[in-house]
Design a protein. Structure first.
Length: 267
C-alpha cells in the first residue's frame, strides 16, 4: 500500500519535504541497501578518475546521499553542499568533478548511486547505447542554451565518461546487462513508493540532485534565472562574482535540511 507523506506543500520539494522523507523512509533505504548488495564487490585501478560528473539518481538514492551527508562533520557537510551548489551553476560551462569527490575520495561511498556502482560492469555494447542517448540529450541541451544566446563549449557538449575496462570483480557473481537493468528498475520501483515526490523529482528536477539542492534555497524559477546569468558571465568574461557571493551565503547559512535544519534558530 502506498504511504501517505505528511508534507504541506505538494508542488515543490522543500527542505521540510526532505526532512519528512528522511525520517520516514528507513524501510525503503534498507531495501535499497539490500538491492545494492546483489551487485558484486569490485576494485578499480583508476579509483575516482571517472567521477567527472554527478550521476542521475532516483529520489530514494538522493535521500541516501543526503542522509550520509548529514552524518558528516558540520564543516565537511557545508563544504560538500557548497560544491553541489557550485556544480549546478557551472556544469554547462565547465567539466566539473562530482561534488561528492573530495581529493581522491568519494565522501558518500557507502551510499553512492547505482550509476556509480554499475559503471564498469556494463557491456561495451550497452554502455555505448547509453552514451549515444546521453550525447543526444546534450545536443538538445546545447540547442536550448543557444536559443537564449549562449553557446556552450564543445568540450562540455562532447564530454563522455569513457567506457571502463579497469573494474575488477572481487567476489559475488558477475552481473550481466539484463541483471543490471533489472536492478535499476527495482531501485526505481522502490523510489516510486515516495509518490508524488519520486515523479516530481524525475520530471521537475530532471533527476538532478544539484538542481534539487539549489531550489531548496532559492526556488525553481530563481535558480534557473541565476544559472543563466552565471553561465553567461562565466563564458563571456570568466566572471564568478555572482557565483562566489552565492557560495559565501551558503557557507554562512544552515543547510535547508537535516541536522542544520534542526538547529536552525537555536544559535
Ligand atoms: S557519488 Fe562518489 S562514486 Fe559516484 S561519481 Fe560521485 S564521487 Fe564518484
Amino acid at each position: 500500500m502506498m504511504k501517505k507523506w505528511n508534507v504541506g506543500n505538494e508542488k515543490v520539494i522543500t527542505g521540510d519535504t526532505i526532512d519528512v522523507l528522511l525520517n520516514s523512509t528507513h524501510e525503503e533505504l534498507a531495501e535499497l541497501s539490500a538491492v545494492y548488495d546483489r551487485l558484486p564487490d569490485t576494485r578499480c585501478a583508476r579509483k575516482t578518475h571517472c567521477c567527472s560528473m554527478l550521476p542521475e539518481a532516483t529520489l530514494l538514492e538522493v535521500l541516501a546521499a543526503f542522509k550520509r551527508l548529514g552524518s558528516l562533520q558540520e564543516r565537511q557537510r557545508r563544504g560538500i553542499f557548497a560544491r553541489i551548489i557550485e556544480y549546478f551553476f557551472i556544469n554547462p560551462a565547465r567539466i566539473t568533478a562530482c561534488p561528492f569527490l573530495v581529493e581522491t575520495r568519494c565522501t558518500i561511498y557507502e551510499d553512492r548511486f547505482f550509476g556509480c556502482r554499475a559503471y564498469g560492469l556494463w557491456s561495451k555494447r550497452h554502455y555505448d547505447k547509453m552514451a549515444g542517448c546521453n550525447r543526444q540529450a546534450k545536443l538538445s541541451l546545447g540547442q536550448q542554451w543557444r536559443k537564449m544566446g549562449i553557446t556552450l563549449p564543445d568540450d562540455v557538449l562532447d564530454f563522455q565518461v569513457p567506457y571502463c575496462l579497469d573494474v575488477e570483480v572481487l567476489n559475488g557473481a558477475m552481473v550481466d546487462d539484463s541483471e543490471l537493468v533489472l536492478i535499476s528498475h527495482e531501485i526505481a520501483d522502490l523510489s516510486a513508493r515516495l509518490s508524488p515526490w519520486h515523479g516530481k523529482f524525475n520530471q521537475q528536477y530532471v533527476a538532478d540532485l544539484s538542481f534539487l539542492a539549489v531550489t531548496m534555497t532559492y526556488g525553481i524559477q530563481s535558480a534557473l534565472r541565476m544559472k543563466i546569468d552565471i553561465v553567461r558571465n562565466l563564458l563571456t568574461n570568466a566572471d564568478r562574482i555572482q557565483l562566489d557571493q552565492i557560495l559565501k551565503n551558503i557557507d554562512n547559512n544552515p543547510l535547508p535540511f537535516g541536522p542544520d535544519m534542526e538547529n536552525h534558530g537555536e544559535e
